[in-house]
Design a protein around this ligand. Structure first.
Ligand SMILES: *Cc1c(COP(=O)(O)O)cnc(C)c1O
Length: 241
């Protein structure tokens, strides 16, 4: 779908405003704006609109469906896009999506770990990943239970020092209910869990990245230590998308 000039302008304004809000939240939490990466979530729009987001300087793009990621990656092969897979990955889609992914945010089970590690070795590549944690305990969500995470890291991640998977940190979504202050508790819990697990590895695995915060709660997430925010809807506000 071609993108008319007024829509382009609106997306550009939304991106600029979002960047300002990110910078302000980073400053409030005593960090530099550069310490927080904006992952622009383009799952709501087609390839032309996705390209329009890229034109606004957003080169880190997030998709939640593997099929959508690989088809957009093919359509937009000319643009130097870093694709982030942020949604659940079924094992039968690993092989096909892997070549396009810069960072997998949603490594959510031991079985998926095995499948991804196997595919990385077949394809001769390393893959940075985040371990998804079901921090809010919502039954509908994927992810490691907080109480299982340390065990998984000590039993699976640490012994495989030379693995193709490179664990960079944790990812979570806040509770669906409860608003930004409930979200703050979830984000803080994720940071504390990261600190606990990193301490258990005696600092051998630092887990520096925390992917948390979406349109409704990214500022709170930054105040609680987010290094990656996954923002979609606000970028398309007022465009009719
Ligand atoms: C859709 C989605 C987002 C973006 O959500 P918005 O509220 O549109 O900003 C972030 N993370 C995940 C995992 C998503 O599926």
């Amino acid at each position: 779908m071609t993108v008319d000039a007024s829509v382009r302008q609106r997306i550009a304004d939304n991106v600029a405003q979002t960047r300002e809000r990110i910078a302000a939240a980073a400053t409030r939490s005593g960090r530099s704006a550069a310490a927080v990466q904006l992952v622009a979530v383009t799952k709501y729009v087609d390839a032309d609109w996705t390209h329009a987001v890229w034109d606004c300087g957003c080169h880190e793009l997030g998709e939640s469906r593997p099929q959508q990621l690989w088809s957009k990656a093919a359509e937009l092969a000319d643009a130097s896009i870093h694709w982030h897979l942020i949604g659940h990955l079924q094992r039968n889609k690993v092989e096909r999506v892997l070549p396009h992914v810069t960072l997998l945010h949603s490594l959510d089970s031991p079985r998926l770990w095995q499948a991804v590690e196997h595919a990385c070795q077949q394809q001769g590549r390393e893959l940075p990943v985040l371990l998804e944690v079901n921090i809010s305990g919502d039954e509908s969500k994927h992810g490691f239970a907080p109480a299982e995470l340390e065990r998984f890291v000590m039993d699976v991640v640490m012994p495989h020092d030379g693995a193709a998977i490179k664990v960079q940190g944790l990812m979570a979504m806040a509770s669906l209910e409860g608003g930004p202050e409930r979200a703050r508790c979830d984000f803080r819990a994720l940071r504390q869990l990261r600190d606990q697990v990193a301490a258990a590895t005696a600092g051998q695995l630092l887990l520096p990245e925390l992917s948390m915060g979406m349109s409704d709660d990214f500022e709170v997430a930054i105040e609680e230590g987010a290094t990656l925010v996954r923002v979609g809807s606000v970028l398309f506000e007022g465009t009719g998308a």
